[in-house]
Ligand binder design. Structure first.
Ligand code: GAL
Length: 986
């Protein structure tokens, strides 16, 4: 690097040159020139391949490609072949040698050119050229004059263009480098993508900047408003609703009886700044005061509980370039799933996202564009966070974060960044922020031991026991008692937990119970909102598309599908994890007490009473509705619980169901739905529900066992036919069947495949659980059935599972049903050192798809530690629809605690009854095929319907990043007996 090198800015640590000071993002009625659209583009291989005179206005670029601005250039050409470079994914590691601030000379560099017209009369004398996001470093020329350069990919950069902009044709040239010194500060766990990925415009500078301070005093109900304006001329403030008209913005104005802003009631007051020159700047003012009171996080005088998610910006075809519709979709999906908070991991989002948070109501932890995690593997040696040479870059990033987003009431906390170790530059950034904005708190997880520069004690991925200790203020002490005392006085937050990779997370209910039990715990944010899968297709007509992850673009180093760990699938379809989270965090808890015929409603809202909800009840007898209606529940204040007696119609429905004696379980469900439209969902949208069994099922029909008899080389047991030597069921009625046999393998889920302390799936494979052999030891027909004894064990192992299958059959002449019962008794022997993946029986039927109807919890999949969202009812689906398309295929689709199911293939029906319950998974491919698949399009129907009837599964946990299942959800190899009944017939 030297001063004469025109490209020295790429590697120097300077955050940029020639830029204007950072300021708030706002709209005004002054004219603007939007520069989004097609630009001329050329991708240079590196600094040795630049186009010499590309910045000169007359340069002939007609032979260059056209590229959309904004876009990430590596995403061009998808879902087919990427046209410029390719996306690359790493989590912690830098994809180049760690030698700060140097980056590879083979540094893909996009050369962008755009000619545009400035209309006559455009006030060029105060024109500013604005870039809202360029990854990772860039230099800019307007009409051949170099304006400066910038870094800080997710931050706004502005240049004064008063001297260069002219009426008529102007030519803008921008050189964007994939790698720069800035890349060392931008090691977030995500795809490496480059380019001008957010909007570019020319705007007019009138009102320069302003800072709205709108506080709320909960003791008096007063609001205080003061707007600090920087402008070349006098500016007045109007907020007509508050009686403020053409007033001095500085105020302060004390407003009696103001309605405060909150996630639940995002009250915005419309205002306006009007300059002497006539410029109008609309304001949306939300009054709120954030404070720590006695170690508790409060807003407007009341504790808040964050039910949040970490959100990266992602779209499977455009990467980190999002339309406003996509941002809105995220906000609405969050609100519709009871989410009330978002951490903008790990950079400031497109500014429009924060407008939507203000409008619809989400608490925001707005995070700086900073992560240096790739220094950790080197023991944090040369970490920029503690190197004075990087101080200016840190302060620059902090200032640009705060200045741009300081006027959003939704933003209650500034987060310095993520996983950047500790050091003086972080402390300096925190100091700067504290001086600039005393209305918000400061967060940074990496400082959790000393909490020297933060206002919140933040942790990620700790288990529930440790969380409970934190809640009690009893987390493990550090070496410094003063640090401990300071930290223990702070509210605590889980900035990341519940790693939503693949099937999971399990255990969310356990976390929520602990969070709600301790005022110190301000809640947390699930990791993360959306899978960053990239849509690819394997053929021209896109018939077989799939979501790509790390390694799918031939990256030299990558972290596989760790990039797909969200609550939404890449196309924004909610995953079962999101449905579970919605239930776990519901802000209203409904419980039903059948013994005392009462319903209780507990309101966990921050400020809202339950008056905005309608309550409804339904009673179902074996899944058939036997009554429903409205339930009147008095409006319940936040924090309060109301109990109501079952009204007469509910009691009458139960009494008549009882009289009716269907023999089925009777369930009462009460749900709370929106009484009227909200901005984020329509009337009728469900917020919360509770359910209870109000009458049990009667005992099953008596069973008169038939003898097993040898016939034509087979063993016959009623309508069932078994192989005489192996005891295998071959035929039941006119249904051809293979199996059932004891089965313990599951296609490892991501939480099995990864995990600190050695992934469980490795231990399973080392033990041989994926290659268990089934050895028949005896087949004994008798006068009341058939006993088959066997042992399941892998080659080379001295442990195994003894199994006794006891078959009994009976025919019911009255109903025409043939019934067949299987009791499976499992006895482990030898040294078992691993939990079982699952314990059940597996069988298959001919068919490529089938209708499935069941009574039990549903409609979605559920597992022992992720089952809050499943409610008992009667459901109908198909085998195809019951597959959950996790980006990397893995065990999925289990219906938990099914009472009975009916599987109907093209021409046959099989009924399955649990004794009393059985877990049911149905698939058009085998577990072996599911285990082998890397992507969804690898899965091919094999002409069989595979049924898994499980006694139990190992829990899901969150071990891909965090703890495994809690002890009660571990499936130990212990003796077990479980039964299931099959029937077929009319
Ligand atoms: C955290 C990190 C996130 C993400 C997550 C794992 O340590 O802050 O960015 O990498 O782990 O998915």
């Amino acid at each position: 690097m030297n001063d004469l090198d025109p490209n020295a800015y790429v590697e120097d640590r300077s955050p940029g040159t020639g830029r204007l000071r950072p300021r708030a993002a706002f709209t005004t009625d002054l004219p603007t020139i939007a520069l989004d659209g097609d630009w001329r583009f050329r991708l240079a291989a590196g600094l040795d391949d630049l186009t010499e005179d590309f910045a000169t206005p007359h340069f002939d670029d007609t032979g260059w490609d056209l590229l959309a601005v904004p876009s990430c250039w590596q995403m061009t050409g998808l879902p087919g072949e990427p046209r410029y470079g390719a996306p690359a994914y790493t989590n912690i590691r830098y994809p180049f040698p760690v030698d700060p601030p140097r980056v590879p000379r083979r540094n893909p560099t996009g050369e962008y050119r755009r000619a545009f017209d400035v209309p006559a009369g455009f006030p060029s004398a105060s024109a500013v050229l604005r870039f809202e996001g360029v990854d990772s470093a860039f230099a800019v020329w307007l009409n051949g004059i170099r304006l400066g350069d910038g870094k800080g990919s997710r931050l706004t950069t502005e240049f004064d263009v008063a001297a260069q902009l002219r009426p008529g044709r102007n030519v803008l040239a921008v050189r964007v480098h994939q790698w720069s010194s800035g890349s060392y500060l931008e090691d977030q766990d995500m795809w490496w993508l480059s380019g001008i990925f957010r909007s570019v415009s020319v705007v007019i500078r009138g009102v320069e900047d302003f800072f709205v301070r709108a506080a709320y005093d909960h003791t008096t109900g007063r609001g205080t408003l003061a707007v600090d304006v920087t402008a070349p001329d006098r500016v007045s403030l109007s907020v007509p609703e508050l009686g403020i008209v053409a007033a001095d913005p500085a105020g302060p104005y004390v407003v009696e009886g103001v309605e405060p802003w909150s996630d639940e009631n995002p009250r915005l007051y419309a205002g306006e700044l009007v300059s002497e020159a006539g410029e109008r700047v609309p304001l949306r003012i939300g009054f709120r005061t954030v404070a720590v009171v006695d170690g508790v996080l409060t807003v407007n005088g009341r504790p808040i509980s964050l039910r949040g998610v970490n959100r990266h910006e992602w779209h499977p075809l455009t990467g980190r370039t999002l339309t406003e519709d996509t941002m809105l979709a995220d906000v609405l999906l969050m609100k519709q799933h009871n989410i009330n908070a978002v951490r903008t991991s790990h950079y400031p989002p497109d500014r429009r996202f924060l407008d939507l948070c203000d409008e619809h109501g989400l608490w925001v932890f707005c995070e700086g564009d900073l992560e240096t995690h790739g220094f950790e593997p080197g023991g944090w040696r040369r970490n920029p966070s503690d190197d004075p040479d990087w101080r200016e870059a840190y302060l620059d990033r902090a200032a640009r974060l705060v200045e741009r987003d300081k006027n959003h009431p939704s933003v209650i906390v500034w987060s310095l960044g993520n996983e950047s170790g500790t050091g003086a530059n972080l402390a300096a950034a925190a100091d700067w922020i504290r001086r600039r904005d005393d209305t918000r708190l400061i967060h940074y997880e990496g400082d959790w031991a000393s909490c020297a520069y933060v206002d919140l004690y933040s942790r990620m991925y700790i288990g529930v026991d440790e969380l409970a200790a934190v809640g009690r203020g009893q987390e493990a002490p550090t070496a410094d008692p003063a640090d401990d005392a300071h930290r223990r006085a702070l509210p605590a937050v889980l900035c990341e937990y519940g790693h939503a990779m693949g099937n999971g997370p399990g255990g969310l209910t356990d976390y929520q119970l602990v969070i709600e039990a301790h005022p110190r715990l301000a809640g947390g944010f699930i990791w993360e909102w959306i899978d960053h899968g990239i849509l690819r297709s394997t053929d021209e007509d896109d018939a077989r598309s799939f979501y790509a992850y790390g390694g799918d673009f031939g990256e030299e180093v990558h972290d596989g599908n760790f990039v797909a760990d969200g609550l939404l699938f890449p196309d924004r379809t909610p995953s079962p994890g999101l449905v579970e989270f919605k239930k776990v965090i519901e802000p209203v808890r409904i419980s039903i007490d059948p013994a005392h015929r009462r319903i209780s409603v507990r309101n966990l809202h921050h400020v809202r009473d339950t008056g905005y909800l309608d309550f409804r009840w339904t009673m179902e007898d074996g899944g058939e509705s036997v009554g429903s209606g409205a339930l009147s529940v008095p409006a319940t204040a936040p924090g309060a619980t109301t109990e109501v007696e079952w009204p007469a119609d509910v009691r009458a429905a139960l009494d008549s169901a009882r009289k009716n004696r269907s023999g089925h379980e009777v369930w009462l469900t009460v749900s709370a739905v929106l009484a009227a439209d909200e901005t984020w969902a329509g009337a009728g949208h469900e917020i919360a529900w509770g359910q209870a069994q109000v009458a049990p099922a009667t005992a099953p029909q008596p069973f008169t066992p038939l003898p097993a008899v040898a016939r034509d080389g087979y063993l016959a047991l009623g309508a069932a036919r078994f192989d005489a030597r192996s005891g295998a069921l071959l035929q039941f009625g006119d249904l051809e069947v293979a199996g059932p046999l004891l089965d313990i393998w599951r296609a490892p889920i991501d939480n099995d495949v990864r995990g600190s302390g050695g992934p469980l799936a490795d231990r399973w494979r080392a033990a041989g659980l994926h290659r268990m052999r089934h050895e028949i030891l005896g087949v004994e027909p008798d006068g009341s059935g058939l006993t088959v004894t066997a042992r399941l064990a892998p080659a080379g192992a001295s442990f195994g599972l003894g199994v006794v299958y006891r078959w009994t059959g009976c025919d019911e002449p009255d109903t025409g049903l043939a019934r067949l019962r299987l009791e499976t008794a499992v006895t482990p022997d030898g040294p078992w050192t691993v939990p079982l993946p699952r314990l059940g029986i597996a069988m298959s039927l001919p068919g490529t798809d089938a209708e499935v109807e069941w009574f039990g919890p549903g409609p979605g999949e559920a597992y022992r530690d992720s089952r809050a969202a499943a409610r008992v009812g009667r459901y109908r689906s198909t085998v195809s629809a019951m597959q959950t398309p996790y980006v990397r295929p893995q065990e999925n689709g289990n219906r938990h605690r099914v009472r009975r199911a009916r599987i109907t293939t093209a021409d046959r029906t099989l009924l399955i009854t649990g004794d009393p319950v059985i877990d049911l998974t149905v698939r058009p491919w085998s577990t072996a095929a599911l285990t082998a698949a890397d992507h969804q399009h690898d899965l091919v129907r094999d002409g069989r319907i595979h049924l898994h009837l499980d006694h139990a599964h190992h829990g899901l946990g969150s071990a891909a990043c965090g703890p495994g299942p809690l002890a009660p959800d571990v499936l130990a190899a212990v003796p077990a007996v479980f039964s299931v009944e099959f029937s077929t017939g009319r």
